[in-house]
Design a protein around this ligand. Structure first.
Ligand code: ATP
Length: 307
């Protein structure tokens, strides 16, 4: 089965896959830890960051305004490598704006972003060659088939054709898209679009994967498949940063979380630390973002029965 053949970044029987395009500065294929142990099954996922390993993302004093609207208000954040990281916050908190600036899609008004040590704006090629992105409102080349989209993405990433073919076929198989490989992307369902977008983001085996709401519109079976692929990716040393509103999902998937509210980071760290004494992450989240008990008490006209 293709899933078993697809070896992670620490390699398997076949060893690590070769790196193409811009070589990694530390000479480590696939961003495997230059020192320290592997992050994976059996590792203490909530322990301190691995010693000697560059943070996946370092954000300093990040600001973004849209007219009078301050979307991101001086974010400082350091995301450890090799973790499954959730970025959570209420609607309008600034998550998408932050992720857009961190991935080089939107220029900040102020501040710096480094991805695995590479400044996103001073060294865009160095930074972008190390990341994969599944952005919000994913725009894809609609008139290509899923298979053609992966071939195109792979060649853009500098992978040789044979390697693109091998990886694309494995990803299509693992993500259960093989039967739809020749269908045009325009005819893909929402969940299929997420999966082909994820395949495109993973194809060059990035060091850090940024996903904006990857499970939105995805059925439970596909969600399980995506989850398995992402867990495999982090277990072999990759870093996932994903935004979500579904706190149960974040709690079950992530080992590290950053909470945003009103353009600022209000808490960050290992899940257990952020949860503190609260029974669930959802409870901790509600108290962190200052949510009141607005359950619609004022909507006295709503609800059928006359009073
Ligand atoms: N291009 C834009 N022009 C004007 N305002 C914007 C723009 N993009 C974002 N904003 C505003 O910036 C703030 C943060 O938006 P952002 O999309 O980053 O929030 P979010 O946390 O991702 O929200 P959601 O969870 O609803 O997706 C909001 O008030 C939003 O209206």
């Amino acid at each position: 089965m293709a899933q078993q053949e697809w070896k992670g970044r620490e390699g398997g029987e076949r060893g690590p896959l070769p790196v193409y395009g811009v070589p990694y500065a530390d000479g480590q294929p696939f961003g495997g830890p230059p020192s320290g142990g592997p992050v994976g099954e059996g590792a203490d996922r909530e322990s301190e960051p691995e010693p000697g390993r560059e943070p996946a993302v370092q954000v300093r004093g990040l600001w973004k305004r849209f007219g009078s609207q301050v979307a991101v208000a001086g974010v400082h954040l350091e995301l450890p490598a090799g973790r499954f990281i959730g970025l959570v916050g209420p609607n309008g908190a600034g998550k998408t704006t932050t992720l857009s600036m961190v991935t080089g899609l939107l220029r900040p008004d102020d501040g710096t972003v480094r991805v695995v040590g590479h400044d996103v704006w001073a060294d865009p090629v160095g930074a972008k060659s190390r990341i994969g992105i599944l952005p919000e409102g994913l725009r894809l080349f609609e008139r290509l088939s899923g298979r053609e989209l992966l071939a195109y993405t792979g060649r853009l990433r500098g992978l040789p054709g044979a390697e693109v073919d091998r990886r694309a076929d494995q990803l299509l198989e693992v993500l259960d898209l093989s039967a739809n490989r020749h269908k045009l992307v325009v005819d893909y369902s929402t969940g299929m679009r997420k999966k082909i977008g994820l395949a495109a983001a993973l194809l060059h085996n990035p060091e850090v994967l940024f996903l904006d709401e990857p499970f939105e519109g995805v059925d439970p079976v596909s969600a399980q498949v995506i989850r398995g692929v992402l867990e495999r990716y982090t277990h072999s040393g990759g870093t996932v940063v994903f935004s979500s509103h579904v706190m149960e999902l974040v709690e079950s998937l992530c080992d590290w979380v950053a909470v945003m509210a009103a353009g600022r980071i209000v808490a960050h760290g290992p899940i257990a630390e952020v949860r503190g004494a609260a029974p669930t992450l959802q409870d901790a989240f509600l108290s962190l973002v200052g949510a009141g008990r607005r359950g619609g008490e004022d909507l006295d006209w709503l609800g059928g029965s006359a009073r």
